[in-house]
Ligand binder design. Structure first.
Ligand code: ZN
Length: 139
């Protein structure tokens, strides 16, 4: 038997996709990003919880610090230097800052944040719009 819990988070950020891409998402634009973190484990704690939902708020603190009201840009994006010169908050990525890549980054951070816990990070879902979601899952 396995248990899973999910917790939803959110942040506001801008991005644009210019690496090997020329569609409308190459324009700088923003999203109200939705993040769903799913943790998994086989044993309940003595409280009969898999993991205290309150403890998942560590991830929101990191999202606020790194992504909220930031512009998320590929490291070769020429807009990066201009925004940095204006003192704007930027988050620099190695890949195109797609929902898939942002999910990958959050998954890695969640693994680090919860590495000493009895649960494992199972899935991170990122919603960019009401109809578009990307998901990365533990294999
Ligand atoms: Zn977008």
């Amino acid at each position: 038997m396995k248990y899973q819990i999910s917790k939803d988070f959110s942040f506001e950020a801008a991005h644009r996709l210019i690496k090997n891409y020329s569609g409308k998402c190459s324009n700088n634009h923003g999203h109200s990003y939705r993040v769903r973190l799913t943790l998994e484990g086989e044993q309940l704690e003595t409280t009969d919880m898999l993991f205290d939902f309150h403890e998942t708020k560590r991830l929101q603190a990191w999202l606020d610090d790194k992504f909220d009201h930031a512009t998320i840009l590929w490291h070769e994006d020429p807009m990066l230097e201009m925004l940095q010169n204006f003192g704007n908050k930027v988050f620099i990525t190695e890949k195109n800052p797609t929902a898939e890549h942002i999910a990958e980054l959050i998954f890695a951070q969640a693994q680090a944040l919860f590495e000493n816990e009895s649960v494992k990070v199972y899935c991170v879902e990122i919603g960019e719009t009401c109809s578009s979601t990307a998901r990365i899952m533990r294999q």
